[in-house]
Design a protein around this ligand. Structure first.
Ligand code: PRE
Length: 284
């Protein structure tokens, strides 16, 4: 299977996603999402796993931007995990919640707990880190400081922290989609079960902006009865008002329908790239 890269350090949510898809393999943690994607491109690891979207916070922009603008690595699989966020402190600081001076975590985790932080910890400074587990490790290293991390149970155990308050995410339906990347677009992913299939397209509208262009794009899918599960616009970074559209279709690339839709979009003057065609697994 080769080595599997992920957004580390040990005990991030991404680490959990990796373990659920690739049990008992060699894992390599990377400090950032771009470093993990580049490791796949350079062949330092065979597969890379990075977060893509959260139910409460939406897309992980860093992942999307890097995959679109910097290093196009095919998506070969997706895993969806339930996300439970906990507030954790060094055991020496148990019971000091009201006197906490700062809270550390990944921006997405902080955003998932906004209401909790506003209600109970508005006196504390909030610091963003490259991952939740990085924040937990930092709290472990500074027992003399009155600080906490927001991270998962695995991180509390890995870094010897005490959970001061469990399940602090603002809405119970909290899930994150993680994508599996590989240099070969048809690489095998050892899912224990498959819950569905998807194809992700990147569509650029014709340069001469005309009324109804997006409507025509959507029609190409609608009359073929291709169900879409997501459409999102992302800046092309060429000027205000210039966007790509990322479109998820609820099926794998076939011989007729999706190629037909792509040809129709190209005839309309769109530029279309396939970011991946893959199966996904939903973990309980
Ligand atoms: O920091 C982590 O533990 C991650 O795996 C990153 C990440 C994210 O980017 O969304 C993954 C899942 C949670 O939604 C919060 C953080």
């Amino acid at each position: 299977m080769g080595k599997i890269g992920y957004l580390g350090p040990k005990a991030t949510f991404t680490h959990q996603a990796v373990q659920s898809v690739f049990p008992n393999e060699d894992y390599i943690p990377y400090k950032t999402i771009p470093a993990c994607i580049d490791a796949v491109a350079k062949g330092d690891v065979s597969y890379g796993v990075v977060p893509l979207e959260n139910t409460l916070e939406g897309s992980v922009n860093l992942t999307l931007n890097y995959l679109i603008h910097e290093t196009r690595m095919p998506i070969v699989g997706e895993v969806v995990l339930p996300i439970r966020q906990h507030l954790m402190v060094h055991p020496q600081n148990e019971g000091i919640n009201e006197r906490l001076e700062a809270v550390y975590s990944h921006p997405h985790a902080i955003a998932q707990c906004h209401k909790f932080l506003y209600q109970y910890l508005s006196h504390a400074d909030i610091h963003e880190t490259s991952s939740t587990a990085w924040a937990a490790q930092y709290v472990q290293e500074y027992p003399e400081r009155k600080i906490a991390a927001i991270a998962n149970e695995l991180a509390a155990a890995e870094y010897g922290l005490t959970i001061a308050k469990g399940d602090i995410h603002d809405y119970s339906h909290n899930h994150t989609r993680f994508v599996v990347l590989h240099k070969e677009s048809d690489a095998f992913v050892p899912f224990s079960k498959e819950d569905g299939e998807k194809t992700t397209l990147l569509v650029q509208l014709p340069a001469d902006d005309q009324s109804g262009s997006l409507h025509q794009v959507l029609s190409a899918f609608a009359w073929r009865r291709l169900n879409l599960s997501k459409i999102e616009s992302r800046p092309m970074k060429t000027g205000l008002g210039n966007y790509f559209f990322i479109i998820d279709i609820e099926q794998k690339l076939d011989d007729v329908l999706i190629p037909g839709a792509i040809s129709e979009l190209e005839a309309l003057g769109c530029t279309v790239s396939i970011l991946g065609t893959y199966a996904y697994q939903v973990m309980e």
